[in-house]
Write a new protein. Structure first.
Length: 340
């Protein structure tokens, strides 16, 4: 069983019942989520030895976050304890034509005061095969930035493959700040997860004026920016999801993967999805690609697996993708009949 490590913040998720608006009734359901935590939990569900690194307060809510990770099979021995609060986000469900709504409350959360020296990074990466982190973590402040850089250095010392979700968030920092921090980090990265806006605003890479072919969001447009990312930073693969929204509850779901070695842009099959929960689908896609690459699948087959994993996540409430590798493979194979 191959070992993976993810670093980031796990958040307390508070949601109103069913399809209610925020505070329509005096009830909020409490679960946990967050990009890197979602990836770690998906990887555990797919059968890998998944480890998560973060910092959590040493109180009842921090303990509950640990239990949520344990319940999904994630290893937590490298989680530091301390600080006063778990970051929170409020998530309101989407019902056509009303879109989903998210409100964040993560200022001064425990991870924002994590000292890099509090984690034994070399021990965390001992025997590991993969490390995943995203641009959201360094966007949380100076200390998470230092921790991300320290973790990437340790991962490379250990010979670990690295994936990085750019995930540029305008609410967290400006393009100038993001590029100053993120661009140097990419020298450690093998696979990037990003859409064109992430690449443009988070990395400062865009199509040049002479590149006329392809509209923004098209496969040809994505090939152009992906090629530039691989050339400029030495990245091996650049991947993105594509959601063609038909309504708040129905969309077509697919993905693109550019492979530097073969100079090929792979396009996946398109899945019609009924959206029970859109949050976490991109994280499920990332975990699916990581799993498939570690399993030795070709770029094309890895993309197919990743997209199918993300498609299934749309059907599951909450942040986490509770599916097995066998279930994903059945969807890839087109097996939609009742399993007895």
């Amino acid at each position: 069983m191959k070992k993976t490590v993810a670093f980031g913040e796990i958040l307390l998720r508070l949601s109103p019942p069913a399809n209610e608006r925020f505070m329509q009734s005096p009830t909020l359901g409490a679960t946990f989520g967050g990009g890197e935590a979602n990836v770690a939990m998906s990887l555990a569900g797919l059968g890998l030895e998944s480890h998560f690194v973060t910092r959590l307060p040493a109180h009842a809510i921090g303990d509950a976050a640990l239990r949520a990770l344990h319940a999904e099979g994630v290893h937590t021995e490298h989680i530091a304890r301390g600080g006063e609060r778990v970051g929170i986000y409020y998530a309101e469900n989407s019902v056509s034509p009303r879109l989903a709504s998210v409100v964040y409350d993560r200022s001064q959360s425990s991870i924002t005061e994590l000292d890099a020296s509090a984690i034994d990074w070399d021990r965390a990466f001992a025997g590991a095969h993969w490390f995943h982190v995203s641009g959201i973590t360094p966007a949380l402040g100076p200390k998470p930035q230092i921790c991300t850089f320290t973790a990437l250095e340790a991962a490379k010392r250990a010979g670990v493959s690295v994936s990085f979700g750019v995930h540029y968030r305008a609410k967290l920092w400006s393009p100038e700040e993001a590029q100053r921090v993120l661009r140097p980090l990419l020298s450690y990265v093998d696979i990037v997860f990003a859409n064109e806006d992430d690449i443009r605003y988070g990395l400062g890479v865009a199509r040049t004026r002479t590149e006329h072919s392809g509209q923004t969001g098209s496969s040809e447009s994505y090939r152009q920016v992906a090629e530039r990312v691989t050339e400029e930073f030495g990245i091996q693969m650049v991947a993105m999801t594509v959601r063609e929204r038909m309504s708040a509850s129905e969309s077509m779901w697919s993905g693109l993967l550019y492979e530097r070695g073969s100079n090929t842009l792979f396009e996946s099959a398109r899945y019609p999805v009924s959206i029970v929960e859109p949050i976490g689908a991109g994280d499920a896609f990332a975990a699916g690609l990581i799993y498939a690459v570690l399993a030795g699948r070709s770029a094309e087959r890895a993309l197919s697996f990743a997209v199918a994993a993300g498609a299934l996540k749309h059907t599951i409430p909450g942040d986490f993708n509770r599916v097995s590798a066998a279930e994903v493979d059945r969807l890839v194979a087109g097996e939609a009949s009742l399993q007895r």
